[in-house]
Design a protein around this ligand. Structure first.
Ligand SMILES: [Zn+2]
Length: 384
């Protein structure tokens, strides 16, 4: 086994995305395709997530720092997206290309990318809409329509995963967890649980056509029927009134229902491993880029439209209970305050219609804690 601290596939995809698939080297005109070891395209198009501090010690290792941990060396902050030529260049000359020089180059390029996207948005240029199939495939494409119970898409380009990921997802569909069988469409603000594996056809004009057999829209409850729970204050504590806990239900409970649900990170609860969002994961990889809003949008659609099956009682419900459509999720500040990230949600809520609200969601800064077997045995655990 190699003892090089390589970046994960997700980290490589994120660093490419943050750089808008363009070499980060100052004034390099080179557009790149996806991460090199997964890309079938021509050599000069290939991009690379290069290490700022080398992945391993030894001859040829540049800017290697023995004091770094595995996590630090494989973290996205240690990666810079470059074309093949510049990836080679920085690994031949660590005197010119010090870690600080590379970090400055990276942040300058990323800031330019975000600025360009922001200008395009304010000029009214259409922003590419994202579509997700399962947890590892995200692409830019167009919703073609519904026929019978099949949703069809034109897949233009991959953002997360690649055509092999998609074909593997279809081939191994029967072994895929029920909670991972879904399709989410930002353009529609809606998603569906998959009924059968998707089919993929390569188009002669470029891209692919993907057909997803889906289940009918999941049942939602009316906002007025949100069950009673403990009221939470703005400081995220339980609220009391004359020494008694305050209860809240129905429409009044909607903001905190959203906040609690979206703040729950997937994998956080040992009894409900599939419950929760990937907000923290996406925040850590994409914060500061305009892709983050769109990824969070997909996650809110998943919470709104894909039923969760509670393993403790086999009941099925959509985590956001009464949200029928997601129009937009907007991040209101780039930096969380004490781990709370302010966002604006624009939704369609059953029984209420269009509903906009500002709220904060918790983004843990530390990696999500993994529970040990002993901790699991010594419970008790309450779902957050
Ligand atoms: Zn370059």
């Amino acid at each position: 086994m190699s003892n090089r601290d390589e970046f994960s596939k997700k980290t490589k995809e994120a660093v490419a995305l943050r750089a808008n698939h363009h070499c980060s080297f100052r004034n390099c005109p080179q557009p790149t395709s996806g991460p090199s070891d997964e890309s079938p395209q021509g050599v000069n198009m290939i991009g690379k997530a290069a290490h700022i501090h080398a992945a391993a010690s030894g001859p040829g290792a540049r800017r290697y720092l023995a004091s770094m941990t595995h996590n630090e060396r494989t973290h996205i902050t240690n990666a810079i997206w470059l074309c093949a030529t510049h990836a080679d260049l920085i690994d031949r000359d660590e005197v010119t290309y010090t870690a600080d020089v590379l970090r400055a180059m990276k942040s300058e390029h990323e800031a330019k990318c975000a600025e360009r996207q922001r200008n395009a948005l304010s000029a009214g240029e259409p922003s590419p809409d994202l579509i997700a199939i399962g947890p590892d495939i995200v692409f830019v494409g167009k919703f073609l329509g519904v026929e019978g119970e099949v949703w069809s898409f034109h897949l233009q380009s991959f953002i997360g995963g690649d055509v092999h990921t998609l074909i593997t997802f279809a081939d191994c569909y029967d072994k895929t967890a029920t909670s991972d069988r879904f399709v989410l469409v930002n353009e529609l603000g809606d998603g569906r649980a998959l009924r059968a594996k998707p089919s993929v056809t390569r188009e002669t004009t470029g891209g692919y056509t993907v057909r997803c057999p889906v289940f009918p829209s999941a049942e939602r409850i009316s906002a007025a029927d949100i069950p009673k729970s403990w009221a939470l204050s703005d400081s995220h504590d339980l609220m009391t009134n004359n020494g008694n806990w305050t209860m809240v239900s129905g429409v009044d409970a909607l903001p905190q229902q959203l906040k609690t649900c979206l703040s729950h990170q997937k994998g956080e609860s040992p009894l409900h491993r599939d419950f929760g969002t990937r907000f923290a994961e996406y925040y850590n990889l994409l914060s500061g880029s305009l892709w983050l809003d769109r990824y969070l949008n997909l996650e809110v659609i998943r919470q709104a439209s894909i039923p969760y099956i509670d393993p403790t009682n086999n009941q099925q419900y959509t985590p956001l209970l009464c949200v029928e459509r997601v129009f937009a999720i907007k991040i209101l500040s780039d930096t969380p305050t004490k781990n709370w990230l302010p966002i604006r949600v624009d939704l369609s809520v059953k029984g209420l219609g269009r509903w906009q609200h500002d709220l904060s969601v918790c983004i843990p800064q530390e990696p999500i804690r993994r529970w040990s077997f002993d901790e699991l045995l010594s419970g008790p655990f309450v779902r957050g």
